[in-house]
Design a protein around this ligand. Structure first.
Ligand code: PLP
Length: 408
């Protein structure tokens, strides 16, 4: 069947029609356990009563008014984000890439406001993913996303993850800041060790740079803290968020300290839709849950259980799984079999998981996942792994023996 949608995605041939909690229900009535959350978006799962009520209540009043008028819903959401974080100011957007665009512009403008417009470059890291706009593909630096789209936007210097000499060499008189995901998502669920994030903060301070974090995927409770950088105890200058904050409604934001945002004065940036009353009402409803006492501790507990069970799974299938990684409910399974094949096999077993770089399968379940559902997820992943083991045994009978010895 041909589709009028631009064919930039290899879409699985499943139509999900409804959802409930962590379950998606397809048109044929089959139930799928969702360990993807629409790529880390549906933090509260599907049909969450609080989100439905907020959407309904605001939907019956006003959806959109533009940013030419006061917007109490957005002001409240911004205040709550400020109260719960390092930030003093918030700019709302519709997506992660736009949040990054604002973050990048804020960092550049800071130095311009300090009389140094030549300081516009950001150091970024290999394997990073910051979005698909022209500036964010340049920031991510991945050739496959840059190819054919004309000259790469100037001002991004990429260094290998963890190569401190390369980082030092990349910092020069034009450098404005360092941009990094505390936990790389698309790059393969690679967490920056807390001491390394602290070291980046120190390097930024030593060189008069801003520390800009991309928490589009790892923020808003995903790692068991509201922001992933809290695990390292660092105070960033600018943080981009999106995904989870909208709970499925397109919403993002760039958070900054008063100092870092000092160049972003009247007229320097704008958006038609960003943070409109409907989006902000839903964002507030998301925070009602995530900031409720005990919610994040619950995420941490469930994450500990999930990780433990995945480690056992890895031990049981050493021929399929190489490593379990990640932070909180942002988990990755590095595979020894092709991850895209594993994702397909999981879908056939009615488990939704997502491929990432470095041959990793990402597990980003709704944060409301329960212990019983974690058990079902691990059992399902085991069944999927078993199908790969059976294939391996058929192809290479000796390889299976070696693996059995390891598992024993
Ligand atoms: N930054 C990170 C870390 C992401 O994971 C993503 C999306 O996957 C983006 C930025 C871009 O967000 P969006 O697709 O909403 O533009």
């Amino acid at each position: 069947m041909t589709s009028p949608l631009l064919p930039t995605y290899a879409r699985a041939d499943v139509v999900f029609e409804t959802g409930e909690g962590v379950w998606l229900v397809a048109r044929d009535g089959q139930r799928y356990l969702d360990l993807g959350s629409g790529i880390g978006v549906n933090a509260l799962g599907y049909n969450h009563p609080g989100l439905l009520a907020a959407l309904g209540a605001q939907g019956g009043k006003l959806w959109h008014i533009s940013n030419l008028f006061r917007n109490p819903q957005a002001e409240r959401l911004a205040q709550r984000l400020v109260d719960a974080s390092f930030a003093d100011t918030v700019f709302f957007t519709n997506s992660g890439a736009e949040a990054l665009e604002c973050a990048i512009k804020t960092a550049r403008k800071y130095h311009a406001a300090n009389g140094h417009p030549e300081r516009f470059r950001l150091v970024t890291f290999e394997g990073a993913f910051h979005g698909r706009t022209l500036a964010t593909i340049a920031a991510g630096g991945q050739q496959k996303y840059l190819e054919g789209f004309g000259p790469k936007v100037e001002g991004f210097d990429q260094v290998p993850f963890g190569d401190w000499d390369a980082l030092a060499a990349a910092i020069g008189p034009e450098t404005a800041g360092i941009l990094i995901e505390p936990v790389q998502g698309e790059g393969g669920i690679r967490a920056v060790p807390p001491q390394d994030l602290r070291r980046l903060r120190q390097i930024a301070d030593d060189n008069g740079l801003l520390l800009v974090l991309d928490e589009v995927q790892c923020g808003i409770g995903r790692t068991g803290k509201l922001f992933a950088h809290e695990w390292a105890g660092v105070t960033p200058d600018i943080v981009a968020i999106a995904k989870g904050i909208g709970g499925g409604f397109p919403l993002g934001a760039s958070l900054a300290t008063r100092e870092a945002s000092k160049g972003m004065t009247l007229g320097t940036h704008g958006t038609t839709f960003g943070g409109n009353p409907l989006a902000a009402a839903v964002g507030n409803a998301v925070l009602d849950e995530i900031l409720a006492p005990g919610f994040l501790e619950g995420v941490q507990e469930k994450a500990g259980l999930f990780r433990q069970r995945l480690a056992e799974l890895k031990d049981a299938f050493p021929d399929v799984f190489e490593d379990v990684r990640g932070e909180g409910l942002m988990l990755g399974l590095k595979l020894k079999v092709p991850n895209t094949e594993f994702v397909k096999a999981a879908l056939a077993r009615r488990l939704v998981v997502i491929a990432a770089g470095d041959n990793v399968v990402r597990l980003l379940p709704p944060l409301i996942i329960g212990e019983a559902e974690i058990g079902e997820a691990v059992a399902g992943l085991g069944e999927v792994a078993q199908t790969f083991r059976a294939q391996t045994l058929q192809a290479e009978p000796d390889a299976g023996k070696a693996d059995e010895r390891q598992a024993g």
